[in-house]
Design a binder for this molecule. Structure first.
Ligand SMILES: [Zn+2]
Length: 264
């Protein structure tokens, strides 16, 4: 990551893994049904085939590499669009993988929109939020041009490539604006190098393996809403969240809530 040409790649790994799990559950369910009802193989395969196709092709489930956002000292690279208007559109992928890049000095306003969809279930309504980023260009000849739209993420956020760190849409916007407002390429290299992007999964595994059982402490990070393992032999100020690097971590959620009460 460090060096003269650092970059931060934001991918939708958590979403992709969730899709993988769902696909595995569908296939497993299919096998169980065939085992129970061997006579109805054709119907069962048809039903689960449709389920699998829905899981794999649904618009929310587009987590391929083409969708990565890449932040470099020169600019931001991404792929535009992502809203499928109809089922037929799902198969016209060239329409929705429009690779684009904007150099930092041409980037204008960055908007973060939240699209809330309500799902009615038997137990009432649940809300799911989808985060969308709109990037305007400063180019005055295109003043009324449409913004570039990035389908950022659902509730799971985006993950930094090769790291455990999650970037919420809010955190991504803060970083994009900071890079846009920097005065020089050197300053942007500095910002990218200084941004905490976490350790690689291998590194974290090694650290945990090298920590004796009794010294493995669970801690709660309120910023990430995550439970993490830290090395109890380290000074408290050196015990940090794997995801955001913050050392404001607590024994558990209750302890964190108590500190809020004290401040109030
Ligand atoms: Zn954290």
């Amino acid at each position: 990551m460090a060096g003269n040409n650092p970059q931060i790649v934001l991918e939708r790994r958590a979403g992709r893994q969730l899709m993988g799990c769902l696909a595995a559950i569908v296939i497993f369910g299919c096998l169980v049904c065939i085992a129970i009802q061997p006579d109805a193989v054709v119907e069962i395969l048809g039903f689960f085939g449709i389920m699998l196709a829905l899981v794999l092709f649904s618009k929310r489930h587009d987590h391929s590499k083409k969708r990565n956002i890449i932040l470099t000292p020169q600019g931001i690279q991404f792929s535009e669009g992502g809203e499928f208007a109809s089922t037929a559109d799902i198969f016209k992928s060239e329409k929705y993988y429009n690779p684009a890049s904007i150099p930092w000095n041409e980037l204008g306003e960055v908007k973060h929109l939240k699209k809330v969809s309500k799902n009615r279930t038997d137990h009432g309504t649940t809300e799911s939020v989808y985060n969308i980023l709109e990037l305007m260009k400063t180019d005055s000849s295109r003043e009324h041009a449409n913004p570039s739209v990035i389908y950022y993420c659902g509730n799971l956020g985006r993950q930094v490539l090769n790291s455990h760190t999650t970037f919420t849409a809010e955190r991504a916007v803060r970083l994009i604006e900071k890079l846009r407002d920097a005065d020089s390429e050197e300053e942007r290299i500095q910002i990218l190098n200084d941004t905490y992007v976490g350790k690689s999964p291998g590194e974290i595994k090694r650290e945990i393996r090298n920590t004796p059982w009794k010294q493995r402490l669970t801690r709660y990070c309120p910023a990430c809403k995550l439970i993490i393992l830290v090395d109890g032999r380290k000074e408290q100020s050196e015990q940090r969240c794997h995801s955001c690097g913050s050392n404001e971590i607590y024994k558990d959620e209750d302890e964190y809530l108590k500190t809020l009460d004290k401040k109030a």
